[in-house]
Design a protein around this ligand. Structure first.
Ligand SMILES: [Zn+2]
Length: 141
């Protein structure tokens, strides 16, 4: 972790994990393969891939799988998320996954979008999910 960019040292690990996860995606219906990886507060990387279902709404996004793996490993803090799709169009997290990420990530958490060969875009969670609702709202209630 460098002082200037907290992700410099970890970005390659996240990209590698997300790209490998993408290759394991189960997407026989859309053939739209997605991989994701999260960096937790202990510096560990957890990956996920999209898993479709014949009953379409039961499919699970790659980001949700990565978050589940992180929680299973004992962490509830995301320091960064990478999502990997294919081609020139940015594969940003869907609305549901932005909210899922919000449960475990601060507004300034980096969300990085990449494809097979390059990083395409970088956002913060707050840019993707402005004025969001999160766990602290329930703590104040
Ligand atoms: Zn999603």
């Amino acid at each position: 972790m460098s002082q200037t960019d907290p992700l410099t040292a970890d970005l390659e690990r996240l990209l590698t994990a997300a790209r490998a996860a993408r290759e394991r995606a189960y997407a026989p219906y859309s053939r739209f393969l997605v991989g994701a990886a999260v960096l937790d507060d202990q510096g560990r990387v957890h990956a996920g891939c999209n898993v479709e279902n014949a009953a379409y709404p039961q499919g699970v996004c790659a980001e949700a799988g990565a978050l589940s793996a992180m929680v299973l490993a004992g962490s509830t803090h995301v320091r960064a998320l990478v999502v990997v799709g294919a081609g020139p169009a940015w594969v940003t997290p869907c609305g549901g996954c932005r909210q899922k990420l919000r449960e475990f990530a601060a507004p300034d958490t980096p969300v990085i979008v990449a494809n097979e060969v390059e990083v395409q875009a970088r956002f913060t969670l707050a840019q993707l999910l402005p004025q969001s609702f999160g766990p602290e709202h329930l703590e104040r209630a």
